[in-house]
Write a protein that binds this ligand. Structure first.
Ligand code: GAP
Length: 454
């Protein structure tokens, strides 16, 4: 396993994220609930900024990509057609000694859903919980979609599923989107939204969740364009994750072997991030071929072929799909941004978030709580707040307030002092260099606009 370049272990990250208001255990009051985590004030902002950056990069910057927002609950026929009801399963085993339940592929240390291969490997594997040998039940599959009922009657006719990926709704709306936007191939449909997976063993903080947020893009292409489009989007995804602050040395591609791929994919590659537990999947890029549209055409009886006016060809488009989880990304972004240094003999902790995704863009800090300063500081706050998330803080010493802002990654601290009353200027301190500049209050908004421009 490669040494992670990050300065935080998983325990430290989890505790930091809680202490600084990024991520809290869901239902913590009641002892939590496995695989569910809430975002606190800074985590929610950070996640929104990541989503907004993704949308700008993948939707606004691409003339041939549009966005949708489809429902979490769909007609279950959709999941039958997509293969999720039959094949969205994980292998599971129990230890007969300690009764612990595990993902069979995780315990066996091989990336496969092949039950025979898993059983073979598990014969040589001790239980990670109690150490017992030859103690596993045969591996069996487990349906990962959460089930619910639509309407008041809880019978089989009313069963529905919480979507396991946002892609399903995109495929079901492909024809409506194509018709209404008059898009020609290649074109993409993007969506950001919640997905649900009843993971057997959620864990590693927010890495493996039961409720997650996906950012997915389905690019519909001519089958002959599939290879080039796959390579193009694979590169774009790598460029984007670096643009929001992930360092190159913590990223690598991992091509999937045949038995690692999802049931719908002809080729797939992960962008892996070097988490404290090693390089693991952050982003997945797959060539889903014509699998989905063909399956939906068959199940629904609707014609989903594409007619190419230029060539007179009629065919079902292939799909190239880049898909990433917001929480996995948020975790990577936090790990990469965390830094410690010594300043004046003291440890300074600083989150070096790119300003574009920093949860708080600026903090207004009056040097004293005296009314004449508070009044001016509140005016300064009002001048810049609204377009950005800005904090106002007048408690404790200025040093402590700077430190608090460094720890949540605020790029600019704006100090209002007694001179400000005379010269109508404030001191702006930049987070990374700690350099200070005197800026006229009337020029402050333009100054920040310029610095925060992306
Ligand atoms: N539509 C394709 C799809 O869902 P996936 O590889 O199963 O493919 C895509 O998921 C991305 O969603 C992953 O690369 C990961 O970032 C995120 N993801 C998947 N399962 C997750 C989970 N249980 N918890 C957190 N993120 C998850």
């Amino acid at each position: 396993m490669n040494e992670s370049k990050n300065k935080l272990s998983m325990e430290e990250l989890t505790s930091y994220a809680k202490r600084r208001g990024f991520v809290f255990q869901a239902s913590e009051l009641y002892g939590g609930i496995g695989g569910f985590w809430d975002l606190g004030p800074y985590g929610a902002e950070l996640a929104d900024n990541i989503k907004s950056s993704w949308w700008k990069f993948f939707v606004y910057k691409n003339a041939n990509v549009v966005g949708v927002n489809t429902t979490i609950i769909q007609n279950p026929k959709l999941w039958k057609a997509s293969g999720h009801i039959d094949t969205f399963v994980d292998p599971m085993v129990d230890c007969k000694e300690c009764k612990h339940r595990f993902r069979a592929d995780h315990v066996a240390g091989i990336d496969t859903n092949d039950l025979k291969k898993l059983d073979e490997k598990l014969k040589e594997t001790a239980c990670p919980n109690c150490g017992a040998k030859y103690s596993f039940t045969p591996a069996r599959t487990f349906q990962m979609m959460f089930k619910t009922y639509v309407g008041p009657i809880e019978d089989d006719a009313n069963v529905a599923y919480l979507r396991p990926e946002t892609a399903g709704g995109i495929f079901a709306q492909y024809e409506n989107v194509r018709e209404t936007t008059r898009k020609k191939l290649p074109f993409g449909i993007a969506q950001i939204g919640k997905a649900f997976r009843n993971e057997i063993t959620p864990g590693d903080f927010i890495f493996r969740l039961r409720e997650l947020t996906q950012m997915e893009l389905e690019v519909f292409v001519h089958p002959k364009q599939a290879k080039d489009q796959y390579d193009e989007w694979k590169q774009k995804c790598m460029d984007w994750v670096q643009s929001i602050g992930l360092s190159k040395e913590n990223l690598q591609y991992h091509d999937h072997a045949d038995d690692e791929r999802a049931h719908y994919a002809e080729a797939s590659v992960d962008i892996q991030y070097n988490y404290p537990f090693g390089f693991k999947e952050l982003y997945g890029i797959a060539n889903r071929t014509d699998y989905d549209l063909s399956a939906h055409a068959k199940e629904s009886g609707k014609d989903l072929t594409y007619f190419d006016e230029a060539t007179g060809e009629r065919f079902i488009p292939y799909v190239i799909e880049p898909s990433v989880g917001v929480e996995r990304l948020l975790m990577a972004v936090m790990l990469d941004a965390y830094d410690e240094e010594e300043v004046g003999g003291e440890k300074r902790v600083v989150m070096r978030f790119k300003p574009e995704i920093a949860p708080v863009k600026a903090a207004v800090l009056p040097l004293s709580k005296k009314p004449e300063l508070s009044g001016l500081a509140k005016d300064v706050f009002a001048k810049i707040a609204g377009d950005y998330n800005v904090e106002y803080d007048e408690t404790q010493s200025i040093g402590k307030r700077y430190r608090r802002q460094d720890e949540i990654g605020t790029p600019f601290c704006i100090t209002v002092d007694f001179d400000s009353l005379e010269d109508k200027a404030v001191t702006v301190r930049e987070r990374d260099t700690m350099k200070q500049e005197r800026i006229k209050i009337e020029e402050l908004k333009a100054y920040l606009d310029e610095k925060l421009k992306y």
